[in-house]
Design a protein around this ligand. Structure first.
Ligand code: PLP
Length: 412
């Protein structure tokens, strides 16, 4: 049976809000509309109680104490607060001087990590951008080799948003604790999909966003460790002193209640969901790579998220491929910048050539993805790739055995 179109396979960009989350949020617009900061009447108390419940739900999902949860507007804000807030607090020299401290991150982090790091470089900090291996993974060893006397902060994402690869987070956490360096991880693609325990995994600061785990947009979390070590941050946004002064501003009660519910659902459902999506993703990968030559799955084959794949199709432009498969929502490995179509910096950091980076699709499955949708998507992609390759003189040359030496294909 043909599935209902269009098909959404872009869950790494955002997810549909779970209807159970929407239901939990509704009373916060009508009955529970108070300001949780209003300490002197029942409207405020009711809102505060709703926020407290959500704080417990969020903390439970990541193994934190509720006091360690700071609500923000999303992972972008959480990353900015963690990175700039820690750099400012633990700086070795005052503002205006150079040599204020060394920060370690990686080339294929999200822009919401890279841009704050670039800002800090302008403000007198040194930043090392680690190059991942060809498999896309940042190891403890890479971080250890980059550590210096003056290293004050390490920020490495848990799972990559374009290729789904998983970095050695508990190992890097242990290293940072051994060296007394603050450790932040952007866990936006990880939390709610994989079991998380900030204590055992030795994370000091952890960011994530509601809308990547079936919660609402515009709400996120920064976990801030309170013991061994007690992590302190300089506030970025100042005002009413909410969230223990770390993040001022009236709390987004609706968003927070929704995020809490999303975390509770994830806690109960993520294991079964992961198993189911893993099988569907494998089916998609196998169907597509069996039917088509010169395809390549980018990033480590096993150390990756279950629901996400990134495939390069040689001799095809990712953008043309997306145009030819319009009824399926996916992401391409190219980013439209104002002037040109740039190949993904994430794929480039893995050493994927420009051609293969341009020819890649990120396909990410989610809670409501069905087997029918995956079968349909696989057939459509195969049909479109074949059609586009029929028009490609380069592909003809390749098939005739002509050496197209500038292009390195990983042929299957
Ligand atoms: C989506 C995403 C972000 C940004 O989240 P916002 O909710 O847009 O602030 C940051 N990091 C990663 C890894 C992401 O996937």
């Amino acid at each position: 049976m043909a599935p209902k179109l269009p098909i959404y396979l872009d869950h790494a960009a955002t997810t549909r809000t779970d209807p159970r989350v929407v239901e939990a949020m509704l009373p916060t617009f009508t009955e529970i509309f108070g300001n949780p900061g209003s300490r002197n009447h029942s409207f405020g108390w009711a809102a505060e109680a709703a926020v407290d419940t959500a704080r417990d739900q969020v903390a439970a999902l990541i193994g934190a104490d509720p006091k360690e949860i700071v609500f923000t507007s999303g992972a972008t804000e959480s990353n900015n607060l963690a990175i700039k807030g820690a750099a400012s607090m633990y700086a070795l020299k005052p503002a205006g001087e150079t040599g204020r401290g060394h920060i370690i991150t990686a080339l294929h982090e999200h822009k919401a990590v890279l841009d704050p790091c670039k800002r800090l470089q302008k403000e007198g900090f040194d930043v090392t951008y680690l190059e991942p291996g060809q498999d896309g993974i940042i190891t403890r060893q890479m971080v250890e080799a980059a550590m210096r006397e003056d290293t004050i902060l390490v920020t490495i994402m848990w799972a990559n948003n374009e290729i789904g690869t998983i970095n050695e987070i508990p190992e890097i956490g242990a290293l940072c604790h051994q060296k007394n360096v603050i450790f932040h991880t952007d866990a936006t693609q990880w939390v709610g999909k994989m079991p998380t325990d900030v204590k055992k995994d030795e994370v000091d600061l952890l960011s994530f966003s509601g809308h990547k785990l079936y919660g609402p947009k515009g709400v996120g979390v920064l976990y801030v460790r309170r013991r061994r070590p007690r992590v302190r941050l300089t506030a970025i946004q100042e005002g009413g002193g909410q969230e223990r002064g770390i993040r001022s501003g009236t709390l987004n009660v609706s968003g927070i209640v929704g995020l809490g519910k999303a975390c509770e659902l994830a806690m109960h459902e993520m294991d079964a969901e992961r198993e189911r999506l893993f099988k569907l993703r494998r089916k998609l990968e196998e169907t597509v790579t069996k039917a088509l030559t010169v395809t390549q799955i980018n990033g480590h084959p096993e150390k990756r998220l279950a629901h996400l794949t990134n495939i390069s199709f040689g001799f095809v432009e990712g953008e043309s491929l997306m145009m030819a498969t319009k009824e399926i929502a996916m992401s391409s490995g190219s980013a439209c910048t104002s002037a040109s179509l740039e190949p993904s910096y994430v794929l480039k950091s893995l050493g994927v050539g420009d051609d293969l980076a341009h020819s890649s699709l990120r396909i990410s499955l989610g809670r409501w993805t069905t087997e029918e949708e995956i079968d349909y998507a696989a057939a459509k992609i195969i049909e479109a790739v074949n059609k586009l390759r029929d028009l490609s003189p380069l592909f003809d040359m390749y098939n005739e055995g002509i050496d197209i030496s500038k292009i390195e294909w990983a042929a299957h």
